[in-house]
Design a protein around this ligand. Structure first.
Ligand code: PFF
Length: 445
């Protein structure tokens, strides 16, 4: 029955737009700079890129393979491919992770709306101290709750109307616009006087600021940013038609996603160094800055530009849209699970998820400890554990002929044997060993 209703994305570009729409979001623009600052800049970035190459892309391909061959929600896919085994618990863990991520992500998405409206009304323009401005928002949980609810309802609206086409269409327009705006801002930021210190911080390894947890942090960030490890891309992969080239899509999405993250770094760090009034303590401020970096440094950068409110309105609007394409993908995971596994109607499933997310979101708005707990638990622990098992599932459990058939589209795509062997090698050995060792090392330090 599920298969009759199952739709696929309309076009190849729609596939990229949807998958990249899920990957590119607050994780790249808000979370990446603060994680990189906390992890000492350049070293974090090197480890992050290695994570993308060695297990980010393989795990993403694996999720596509599971999703497209099972054509089911995350838990249902494991159930179909490995009936009667405990593998379905990995799918269920993914659904739970999606739920937990939404519990804090919606709060940050709410901040983007607050900043958007303050930009449009000109209120942000009159702020003189952006750090205390952001703190005043953090100290106003009611305001955060209201905007978090608005954002959750907006996401639910898209999920209920099932406007996959609408999502595809808007992602195709807004993603390139966001990218363009990021490039403009990066150029502006990197040409400010004193910007070079920020670029050095970002690209020159400085062993003084390396933390022992840098591997675990960078791995968590890679998983979070690529939307992998919880079956989000299993769900999206289940909507891919049979002609989508899974390898190419994984490489394109990961490249786009990493570019956006690096661009955000090129915007935030030069601006932070160039615009600070305390150059001596800026590194410490960055390292201990916490989640506010984007919301403090960027408005400062806008204020240095002509027509600042137009730039900042446009930026926060596009940022909210980037967040929206990610929250849609997160909510889709949980909703489709309820819909397919428990036969609860799509509307009711969405309603249930929305209520649950709002409850978590309210607690996160009122308690920064809870907010940080959800963030850390999901990115550093739940996603890597999910990713570990996904790579073992595809590398060791699944029939290798099925894996090859998915990668080559039943032999229609020509890949060299060497490539296929290399991919399976990454998946069987490198990815699980790397994830496991980082995990154990991270827990021990
Ligand atoms: N990748 C998204 C971001 O970087 O903002 C967040 C995310 C979306 C994580 C979907 C996980 C997921 F399944």
């Amino acid at each position: 029955m599920e298969n009759i209703k199952r739709v696929t994305f309309a076009s190849k570009i729609g596939v990229i737009a949807a998958a990249a729409g899920s990957a590119v979001g607050l994780g790249n623009i808000w979370r990446f700079p603060s994680q990189a600052a906390d992890g000492g800049g350049a070293i974090f970035i090197f480890v992050y890129i290695a994570c993308i190459l060695f297990f980010g892309i393989p795990v993403m391909m694996s999720e596509f393979i599971i999703g497209r061959s099972a054509r089911a929600n995350t838990a249902g896919a494991f159930h179909k491919l490995a009936p009667g085994t405990p593998w379905k618990w990995i799918g269920r863990l993914g659904v739970l992770t999606g739920f937990i991520i939404m519990g804090f992500y919606m709060v940050v998405a709410g901040w983007t709306l607050i900043y958007f409206f303050q930009s449009v009304t000109g209120n942000l323009h009159s702020v003189t101290n952006f750090s205390s401005h952001f703190n005043s928002i953090l100290n106003n949980p009611l305001q955060q709750t209201i905007w978090m609810i608005v954002f959750t309802l907006l996401t639910a609206f898209f999920i209920i109307s099932g406007v996959r086409k609408g999502i595809e269409q808007s992602a195709k327009i807004f993603m390139p616009l966001l990218f363009l705006l990021l490039i403009i801002l990066a150029v502006r930021s990197a040409t400010l006087e004193g910007a070079v210190n920020g670029l050095n911080f970002l690209f020159k390894p400085n062993l003084e600021h390396v933390k022992q947890t840098v591997f675990l942090d960078a791995m968590g960030q890679a998983f979070f940013s690529l939307s992998i490890g919880m079956g989000c891309l299993i769900t999206y992969g289940s909507y891919f038609n049979n002609s989508v080239n899974l390898t190419k899509t994984a490489v394109q999405v990961s490249t786009l996603d990493s570019l956006v993250a690096i661009l955000s770094g090129i915007i935030i760090f030069p601006a932070a160094f160039a615009l600070t009034s305390n150059p001596d303590t800026i590194v410490d401020e960055l390292v201990t800055g916490g989640p506010g970096l984007l919301f403090i440094t960027l408005p400062e950068l806008f204020n240095q530009m002509p027509a600042s409110m137009a730039w900042s309105s446009m930026f926060f609007c596009l940022l909210a849209l980037a967040a929206l394409t990610s929250t849609i993908s997160l909510m889709e995971v949980v909703t489709l699970y309820l819909y397919e596994e428990y036969k609860i109607s799509r509307k009711k499933s969405t309603l249930l998820v929305t209520i649950g997310v709002i409850i978590l979101g309210i607690i996160s708005s009122y308690s920064s400890g809870f907010f940080n707990f959800l963030d850390m638990a999901s990115a550093k622990y739940m996603l890597p554990v999910g990713g570990l098992f996904i790579s073992i599932f595809v590398g060791w459990y699944l029939n290798q002929q099925l894996v090859t058939a998915q990668i080559t589209n039943e032999g229609r795509l020509k890949f060299s044997i060497l490539f296929l062997k290399f991919y399976i090698f990454l998946l069987r050995y490198i990815a699980p060993i790397a994830i496991l060792s980082i995990f154990i090392y991270g827990l021990a330090s």
